[in-house]
Write a protein that binds this ligand. Structure first.
Ligand code: DGL
Length: 271
């Protein structure tokens, strides 16, 4: 048993969709969340920059004597996950492999769609893992660079014309192609769940990569006997790299519950 907190980071607030899953799946765990709100989005940046940012995010979290890390950002996991797993001496779980594995198990017609940021799609990580796990499956990936800024600006609800038009434009080739499984390969996209599922229709199974990252971490902690041993009462502390105004309101939307603790701003360039 281990009562130390779990560290979670994302480029912005999207990773809170993974925190929400962690709170549901592991209610007795304490969490330290860092959202790099001054440098979001990562998805339009180079691999070297995303790796540098990810190392700084991890170095910040390491100060808290954490027992494990969740990279609640597909973009950071794609660019840096395998490298930081070798560099740091604690379990680090990302979203990519867990979500790709669920997609490979779920499809019936062997057509899997993946949506994500430009950096995630360019790197082709989802295709590679899905092909390794299910060679007969076909994967079609679409970069959706405008979705993260829309979500970060509170524009994600059904009936929002801009969101519906832009989402429809990105998803049209996947719907026409007939995928039966769609990986939401960015932790911001669960906020767009209703818009995406309405567009894709009831026969397409959506995979929430944040949820799968949380499940993977729960499995890792269980196997390594690192769970806190408590059934509830876990607290989450929040840190961001830009002014925290508006964070509480936004975070409660992502978490679907009130934010109970103060949010603090830190200077990420120091790490
Ligand atoms: N939430 C991040 C992800 O899962 C991406 C956001 C960004 O571009 O920074 O990919």
């Amino acid at each position: 048993m281990d009562k130390r907190p779990i560290g979670v980071f994302d480029s912005g607030l999207g990773g809170l969709t993974a925190v929400r899953q962690l709170m549901e799946q592991l209610p007795g765990e304490d969490i330290i969340f860092f959202g790099d709100t001054s440098r979001v989005p990562y998805g339009t940046r180079s691999q070297e920059t995303i790796l540098k940012y990810s190392r700084q995010d991890i170095n910040f979290l390491m100060q808290f004597d954490i027992k494990a890390i969740v990279i609640a950002c597909n973009t950071a996991d794609t660019a840096a996950g395998a490298i930081v797993q070798r560099e740091y001496d604690l379990p680090i779980c990302g979203a990519l492999r867990p979500a790709a594995s669920v997609a490979a198990r779920t499809t019936k017609n062997n057509r899997i769609g993946v949506i994500g940021t430009s950096a995630t799609i360019r790197a082709g990580g989802y295709e590679a893992i899905i092909r390794e796990l299910r060679p007969e499956a076909q994967v079609k990936s679409v970069a959706c660079p405008l979705l993260v800024p829309l979500v970060e600006n509170h524009r994600y609800q059904r009936g929002d014309r801009a969101v519906e038009i832009i989402t429809g434009e990105y998803l049209e080739p996947l719907r026409d192609w007939g995928c039966d499984t769609l990986v939401l390969g960015c932790t911001h996209y669960p906020l767009l769940w209703d818009v995406i599922s309405a567009y894709m229709g009831p026969d397409v199974t959506l995979i929430n990569s944040g949820r799968e990252a949380a499940r993977a971490l729960a499995g890792t902690l269980r196997e390594a006997d690192l769970l806190s041993g408590r059934d509830g009462g876990g607290v989450c502390r929040y840190y961001v790299s830009d002014a925290p105004e508006g964070f509480v309101e936004m975070a409660s939307l992502f978490l679907q519950r009130p934010v109970e603790h103060q949010v603090e701003q830190i200077d990420i360039e120091r790490y």
